[in-house]
Design a protein around this ligand. Structure first.
Ligand code: GLU
Length: 527
């Protein structure tokens, strides 16, 4: 089976985690069938356009290993960013002779919609000529008035078909020649002619039979007054011309389905399979919301999630390997080989942030130290805002020794920062008064014990060192755990740290001595 899928985001913002899951599933289905995966940028809403979004999306797909086979070239990206449209704009309908002659293959290899405008205009004109669409000249004020009246009658907002009823095509073309602004609208009243009924049933590979009635469908604008198509027309023209076999997209687009089916049929084109992925829900219900935490892929990366952990988590949002198979860990290659549209669950998956965090911890633990160190260094380079820490880490040739201590203790790469700081910077003073356990002793007792530490210190092995600290604690009638805590506060400057023995060895005797002395000195001021 020949399979072509696409991921078709609008560059109106940065990549959303739901978008990445969409891309993952579309990629997997293409690759499972040795097919092709396309990245197409749907930049028809120029008012919400975000300059570098397209570039970032392509870069992220690649970083996650979801390499598209076809994608916008850097020239296309640049033209898109500059807002250079290809073809006619608002005056396109003054050039219909020319537009009719546009060849489809003139734009093969172009994956940005504003660089393909003549194609949409050509097919919009074909729809108009064949009576499936019409030019509309209604002003914004009139449309608002119509909507007001409909609402007052308890109807949904929508267009009343005024221009279709009042102007022949010749009259409409006359108005255009006179310079009146125009849009193209789909004529839904032609549905009965096309389908033999206003009602249609569409088969969706995930959701099954979907029923629509064109009586409920608005006369959708297909080409806006600036000559740019709306999503509904552009998506059909592109999916068809790009040979997309499975139109995989999010459930939020479902209401566009009858409009698309209408256009396919009116242009005499075969339809792709429709595959709507159920919406990802927040555990508290409703759509995934940024009030509860990150939703953008870049935010998750900045927080310190690993790419393979994120991908693995996303795989399980709506897919499982099959009955009786309880595995949860999959590489991208495994996912590709196991993936099947039939295994996509109809129910809405829930975005369990705790589970994602758990996954990330597991992935961190599974990495060997060398690899984890590289991943962490890369993270520091890209995302760490602490300039001094960044400098220190990037020139540390012994970082892997430290990462080995940190690895079992973190669930996010960002959590490594606090554990590692003790190796690069002298700690801030934390009074024993603020810390559970140690606060029961006189500061002076702790200070005396700490200074005496050097008389006990035995760094020959972990066991010997632990025994030496215990002897010290006994000599001052301090509980063992509290003695270790006092040393931790003095040397790590944090009640939570990596194991002290290993840390002391890495820091070296002199550094440890210096910090303990300084801490004991400060204790003189505390009561
Ligand atoms: N451009 C739409 C978006 O912003 C794509 C919907 C589709 O995949 O057809 O997500």
């Amino acid at each position: 089976m020949r399979v072509i899928t696409r991921f078709a985001p609008s560059p109106t913002g940065f990549l959303h985690i739901g978008g990445l899951r969409m891309a993952l599933f579309a990629y997997a289905w293409a690759k499972h069938n040795n097919g092709k995966f396309i990245l197409r940028l749907e930049d028809t809403d120029r008012t919400r356009f975000v300059k570098t979004a397209g570039e970032q999306i392509l870069e992220l797909l690649r970083e996650f290993g979801l390499n598209p086979d076809y994608y916008p070239t850097s020239d296309q990206l640049e033209a898109m960013e500059k807002g250079q449209l290809v073809g006619y704009g608002a005056d396109w309908a003054l050039h219909l002779d020319e537009i009719e002659k546009v060849e489809d293959n003139q734009f093969s290899g172009v994956y940005v919609q504003t660089q393909r405008l003549p194609l949409y205009q050509k097919y919009a004109w074909q729809l108009v000529k064949n009576g499936y669409a019409y030019f509309c000249f209604c002003s914004k004020e009139r449309l608002e008035q119509v909507n007001k009246e409909r609402l007052a009658k308890g109807l949904k907002p929508g267009y009343d078909g005024y221009c279709k009823l009042h102007y022949t095509l010749d009259e409409a073309l006359e108005k255009i020649k006179k310079g009146e602004p125009y849009v193209v609208r789909m004529d839904t009243s032609a549905a009965e002619r096309l389908f033999g009924s206003s009602k249609i049933t569409v088969h969706d590979k995930v959701l099954g039979e979907l029923k629509f009635d064109f009586k409920d469908v608005n006369d959708q604008v297909l080409i806006k007054s600036d000559g740019i198509p709306t999503y509904h027309l552009a998506v059909v023209v592109d999916d068809y011309l790009m040979g997309v076999t499975h139109m995989m997209r999010g459930y939020e687009w479902i209401s566009s389905t009858p409009k698309q089916v209408f256009i396919y049929k009116a242009l005499g084109w075969d339809m792709p399979e429709f595959v709507h992925l159920p919406l990802i829900l927040d555990p508290g219900g409703g759509k995934l919301s940024k009030r509860k935490g990150s939703v953008m892929v870049a935010e998750f990366l900045k927080e310190g999630y690993l790419k393979d952990a994120l991908l693995n988590f996303l795989m399980l949002l709506g897919w499982s390997p099959g009955k009786g198979d309880t595995r949860e860990f999959f590489t991208l290659d495994e996912f590709v080989s196991l993936f099947d549209i039939d295994k996509i669950n109809k129910a809405n998956p829930v975005f369990d942030r705790n589970k994602l965090l758990w996954f990330n911890g597991e992935y961190i633990r599974k990495k060997d130290v060398r690899t984890l160190t590289d991943i962490f260094t890369d993270w520091v380079r890209k995302y760490c805002d602490d300039v001094d820490f960044k400098k220190a880490v990037l020139k540390d040739s012994q970082l892997d020794k430290k990462m080995e201590l940190v690895k079992p203790r973190i669930k996010l790469l960002s959590q490594a920062v606090n554990f590692l700081k003790m190796f690069y910077f002298d700690p801030e003073f934390i009074s024993p008064r603020q810390v559970k356990g140690v606060k029961r002793y006189e500061c002076e007792t702790i200070a005396r014990a700490l200074i005496d530490y050097f008389n006990y210190e035995d760094l020959s092995s972990n066991e010997a060192w632990v025994a030496s600290v215990r002897r010290l604690a006994d000599a001052y009638d301090i509980k063992h755990a509290d003695m270790f805590m006092a040393l931790r506060l003095a040397v790590a400057g944090n009640p939570v740290s990596v194991p002290l023995y290993e840390a002391f060895v890495i820091l070296g005797k002199d550094k440890v001595r210096e910090r303990i002395n300084r801490y004991a000195e400060r204790l003189k001021e505390c009561k």
